[in-house]
Design a protein around this ligand. Structure first.
Ligand code: AMP
Length: 297
């Protein structure tokens, strides 16, 4: 996607809210004048986030971007401390994209003095794939998303298909707990060579970035083999991944896109091909949705 900001309306600095009270005061007049869309992020904004903001702007009158590196969704030894927090640059992106409000609370604001005792359980969907490798991750995600929904009260919220399992779980959260928010998925934005944009790509050395391309290559090979059925998809993707021995695969899975259960041999219809792998010490994820056509009669 292009980095050129849209030009049709004047770009006004977003209002930055850091507290519950500040957020409520900022949102009240906006809510009275139209619909609100929320784009939850952890900052270090890139063109993937811009694309979500543009989706939000198409669908609502005012866009709220939250920027919060949520400690609850990081495991011990993960990159919570070193996660990039380039707030001034993020604010410039939000201004270019005509975001109305940036909600950027500190941890002490969002979680007050201590981690919450009551959290959202992610259930079976939160214990497979990413959840198997990152125990507690999705409970942390769903807990903060629930809080953000309550604090912002958006009509709709936009999440990236890049984090496919997160999107599935947020949809389940809204459905199962009757939250009054419409959840919108937005397609994965990639660099021209196929690498899915991610704030964590900045950890990669140039050589690692080249190696990381094997993830999107594997997904493309898998998708191209869909006519051959699930085994062919998995084999094609696996073949591509093994050609890059310095990339350590955490999982490669072909699953039902809503239930996240492995697809059966005879599966027909949409399926999610998901991969997680370490490139050096950086853990990357990517996915593609493909259609298994079934065997001709
Ligand atoms: P993060 O800041 O990484 O927590 O991501 C915030 C939101 O941006 C999530 O809904 C992600 O799925 C989404 N996102 C991250 N990378 C991309 C991308 N390359 N394309 C589209 N959405 C993305």
């Amino acid at each position: 996607m292009t980095r050129t900001p849209p030009t049709s309306a004047p770009r006004v600095k977003p209002t930055v809210a850091r507290t519950r009270g500040g957020l409520a005061r900022t949102l009240a007049p906006l809510r009275a004048r139209g619909s609100l869309a929320l784009v939850p992020t952890m900052g270090a904004l890139h063109d993937g986030h811009r694309s979500l903001i543009r989706t939000a702007r198409r669908l609502a009158d005012h866009v709220v971007v939250s920027i919060f590196v949520n400690p609850l969704q990081f495991g011990p030894g993960e990159d919570f401390q070193r996660y990039r927090r380039p707030f001034a640059a993020d604010l410039a992106v939000c201004r270019e994209e005509r975001v109305a409000v940036v909600f950027a609370p500190g941890t002490e604001v969002l979680y007050r003095s201590a981690p919450p005792q009551v959290t959202v359980a992610a259930g079976r969907l939160g214990s497979v794939l990413e959840g198997a490798s990152r125990p507690g991750h999705f409970s942390g995600v769903l807990t903060v998303v629930t809080k953000l929904f309550h604090l912002v009260g958006p009509d709709l919220a936009v999440f990236g298909e890049k984090d496919a399992q997160q999107l599935v779980l947020v949809r389940r959260l809204v459905h199962d707990l009757d939250l009054p928010v419409h959840v919108v998925g937005s397609p994965t934005v990639r660099d021209p060579d196929g690498l899915a944009l991610s704030s964590r790509n900045s950890y990669l050395t140039p050589a690692e970035r080249t190696r990381a391309l094997v993830l999107s290559r594997a997904l493309s090979s898998g998708a191209a083999a869909a006519h051959g059925g699930p085994d062919a998809v998995r084999a094609a993707a696996r073949h591509e991944l093994t050609a890059e021995p310095e990339v350590r695969v955490d999982y490669l899975a072909l699953v039902d896109p809503e239930q996240l259960t492995p697809v059966a041999d005879h599966h027909v219809g949409p399926a999610l091909l998901a991969v997680a792998a370490y490139v050096g010490s950086t853990r990357l994820i990517d996915n593609v949705t493909l259609t298994l056509p079934g065997r001709p009669a």
